[in-house]
Design a protein around this ligand. Sequence first.
Ligand SMILES: *Cc1c(COP(=O)(O)O)cnc(C)c1O
Length: 377
Amino acid sequence: MHLIKKRLIQCQEMNLWRKREMRLGDELCFRGNDYLGLAHHPQIIVAFKEALEAYGVGSKGSALLGGYHPSHQALEEALALFMGFPKALVFSTGYMANLAVITTLAKTLNLTEIFSDRLNHASIYDGILLGHLKLQRFKHKDYQHLNTLLTQSSSSAPKLCYSEGVFSVDGDVADLPEMLRIIRAHSGMVVLDDAHGFGVLGENGRGTLEHHHLSADDVPLVMGTFGKALGTFGAFVVGTEDLIQLLIQYARSYIFTTALPPALAASTLVSLKVMQAENWRREYLKKIIKHFRYQANRLGIPLLPSSTPIQLIFTYDPHTTVQCYTILKQKGCWVGALRPPTVPEGLCRLRINLTASHCLSDINRLLEALTCIKKFI
Ligand SMILES: *Cc1c(COP(=O)(O)O)cnc(C)c1O
C-alpha cells in the first residue's frame, strides 16, 4: 500500500496527474475529436433512438456468438464500398482493432518484428507487446531511418510497417507515398491507423489514402474509428477478403468481446451517409483551420506546422503546460494538455482540436485567450 501511495504522490508532484474533468460551465471545447460536429446531428440522433427501440440497448453477445446483427453487416458493406476495399469488419473500439490487426498478422505471418513510427498511438504499442514483436521504432516520419532499420533487419519474415495517417499528437500527415516507396523496396507492407484522417482528409473524407490519391492497391489494411469524425463510437478495419476473414478467425480482441450495440452500428451508418452528403463540413473545417493559423501567426503564437484540425503549441515542461492550460480554461477555452507518457519527455504541448461546430467568433475567442499565454511559450 505504501508503494501505491508513493507512486500517486510522485505523479502529482511531477505535474503528471491526470484528471477526468467534465465540462461544467460554458467553456468552448477544443479538446474533442468530433471534427465534423456530427455527435449532435439531429438525423443521427433520431437514427440512434429508432434503432434502440427496435434492437434494444446491448448486442447481447460476441459477433461469433449471436452478437452479429444485420445493422453491422449493412455498416460493413457501406464502409467497404465507401473506402474502396473488398471487405470491412466492425470492431467495438479502435484500441481493440489495432490489437487485433497486429497480433493476428504477427501470428499468421510468423513476424518477429514490426516497424513503427515513434509517434504511433498507445494501442499500436500495446498490440506490439501482445504480439511479442520486437519494436523497430523509426523517428517520426523519418523514412530514411525506416530504410536503415529495414536494411539492418535479419528476419526473413515479411516486413510490416505500421503508421498513423494523421498523427494525433503532432497533427501532421504521414508521407504515405514515400513510406510506400521505401517499404516496397523491401517487399513489405504498410498498415494504416487512420483514426484522425478518416472523415476529415481527402475530397470525399476517405482519409489519408485519398489525400495522397492512393487506394486499396497500395495499402492492404486500413483501420479507422467512429468515435472521431463520425461522432459515434466504435471502429472498423477495411481490407482484402482474406485479411478480413483472417481477423474473424484469429483476432482475440474481436472474438472474445461483446459486439458493438446494433443501434450504434445503425446510427454510424447514418453518420457515414451524412458525412458524405454534407461535404460542406469538411470545407468549412478547412476554412477555420486556415483562419486560425493565419491569425495565430499574425499574433505571434507559435504553432507546429499542421494543416489538419489538430493544432499544437509546444509548452515543453509539465509545469508550464498545466499553467497555460489553467489560464486558457479560466478564459473559457478548454484545450488538451499533453504530457508524458502521451508525448516524449520535455516535449509537452497544448492540443487544440478545431471542429465544424466552432464558429468564427469561437476561434477568435480562442486566439484572444492564447495571447494571454504568449509570455510562457
Ligand atoms: C482514438 C484512437 C484509437 C483508438 O480508438 P478508440 O475507438 O477510441 O478505441 C486508435 N488509434 C488512434 C490513432 C486514435 O487516435
